[in-house]
Ligand binder design. Structure first.
Ligand code: UD1
Length: 430
């Protein structure tokens, strides 16, 4: 039993340092095996998903040298196996990035088909369509995707929907294809740009990342690089909403304010004060916030990964808000948990209708997935009394030292492993 126990009600005040973007790092670690030279990656977040992917990379034979908590050196020259074990894909979907990386480098790859995920059905047809367009044969055999090509040839690919994963996976494979590839309707997320920058620093020739048309001229070989991962816009956004929900004042450091604009705009709209600096944002919420509508969209729209955290803020904002989820169909599993804390929230189709209440009250709740888990922690920090959050393993997948960073902002939060520890916390907090 590992839980967060929280005594809410304190405004969060102070400074917090944001780490490297988990979703960029996952793709970059996979791409690092595409050269036989040693790649050094810095500003890596020390979170579960990253550590699992590093194990998967080691398991196929690459040399992984963890220099320190946030730095790793990877050498892909020792890879002996292009087949990834089901254990890893089960733990993190993003190990499917090894498909694009291995296919690009060795022209063959075998990765188990990712199973269902708890935020909705997540097909990968666009990834496979891209590999096929590059000339690979792609078959599903015994639950695994088996991709092979005698040679990969550049191609013109139009994605049916904006997909971060497909854009990155195709970009990786196409980096080592012959000739020119054009990806149309590409995802524009900052981590797509970061992966393109990383590949370019290894000698790839990718242009247009960050727009909806990416042009890639394939190269025969990639080489060593030393690269630092972009700051995590979702971790940053999560602390922004923590300031808003607790009526706090947080300076969020080591961010790229441009990447946070969709969240910033919504928070300003509902009454927060936001100051932007070169590499920091300060969020101040001094009074009750107002209602708004939010619709998730691909970047630069409002990120689906910020939807639950924003919804928590709106549960305590004056008036009726509507939150519409347009990327994943099953991203409101936290709504019932919030209702247990006194929120007035009901889900109809792909929207949640929220009538703002004055305050939430602490309750025992359970994290249904990573971002919803973070959102429930924020709800607990804002609520009166004690909140216990179960299943926090989800939260640990994507937030480094969440409880430590929140505590440094004045939160009363502790990770506990037993009922006894929970009791001790309650006695200490009073
Ligand atoms: C990535 C992020 C995830 C984020 C999401 C959207 C990682 C590891 N995860 O997930 O945190 O919530 O982007 O910003 O970076 N789709 C298809 N076919 C495909 C691919 C996608 O139908 O082949 C659909 C999906 O079901 C979804 C939409 O396209 O409805 C967007 O998905 P996508 O951008 O691919 O998300 P992920 O890359 O899985």
């Amino acid at each position: 039993m590992e839980q967060y126990i929280i005594k809410g009600g304190n405004p969060l005040v102070g400074e917090v340092e944001i780490g490297g973007a988990k979703n960029a790092a996952l793709a970059i670690l996979a791409a690092a095996i595409m050269t036989d030279e040693t790649v050094r990656i810095d500003n890596l977040p020390d979170v579960r998903d990253i550590n699992v992917l590093l194990e998967a990379i080691e398991m196929i034979g690459a040399t992984v040298d963890r220099v320190d908590r946030h730095t790793v050196r990877i050498n892909g020259s020792t890879i002996g196996d292009v087949s990834v074990d089901y254990e890893y894909i089960k733990k993190i979907r993003a190990s499917y990035y090894l498909l694009g990386a291995l296919l690009g480098k060795y022209k063959k790859a075998e990765v188990p088909l990712p199973g269902g995920c708890n935020i909705g059905s997540r097909p990968i047809d666009q990834h496979l369509k891209g590999f096929r367009a590059l000339g690979a044969s792609v078959d599903i055999l015994h639950g695994a995707i088996v991709a092979r090509a005698s040679s990969l040839e550049g191609s013109h690919i139009f994605l049916d929907m904006v997909s971060v994963g497909a854009t990155i996976n195709i970009m990786m494979a196409a980096s080592m294809a012959r000739g020119r590839t054009i990806i149309e309707n590409a995802a524009r997320e900052p981590h797509v740009v970061d992966v393109a920058n990383f590949l370019n620093s290894m000698g790839a020739n990718i242009k247009g990342a960050g727009t909806d048309v990416i042009r890639i001229r394939g190269v025969e070989q990639l080489h060593a690089t030393d690269y630092s991962i972009v700051p995590d816009m979702i971790e940053a956004g999560t602390y922004m909403t923590a300031a808003a929900a607790t009526k706090g004042d947080i300076l969020i450091k080591n961010v790229i304010p441009k990447h946070l604009e969709a969240t910033t705009a919504k928070l300003v709209e509902i009454g927060c004060q936001i100051e932007e600096f070169d590499d920091a944002v300060r969020v101040i919420a001094s009074r009750r916030l107002r209602r708004t509508h939010v619709k998730t969209l691909p970047y630069p729209g409002f990120p689906t990964d910020m939807q639950p955290q924003m919804a928590v803020v709106l549960t305590m904002s004056e008036g009726t808000s509507i939150v519409t989820e347009s990327i994943f169909e099953n991203r409101f599993k936290y709504a019932d948990e919030l209702a247990r804390m006194g929120a007035d929230i009901k889900v109809e189709g792909n929207s949640a209708i929220i009538d703002g209440v004055e305050r939430l009250t602490g309750a025992r709740v359970s994290a249904p997935d990573l971002r919803a888990g973070a959102a429930l922690v924020i709800a607990g920090l804002a609520a009166d009394g004690i909140t216990m959050v179960d299943d926090i393993v989800y939260v640990q997948r994507g937030y480094e030292d969440f409880e430590g960073k929140l505590s440094s902002l004045g939160a009363n939060i502790q990770r506990v492993f037993s009922e006894k520890e929970a009791q001790k916390f309650k006695l200490r907090i009073g």
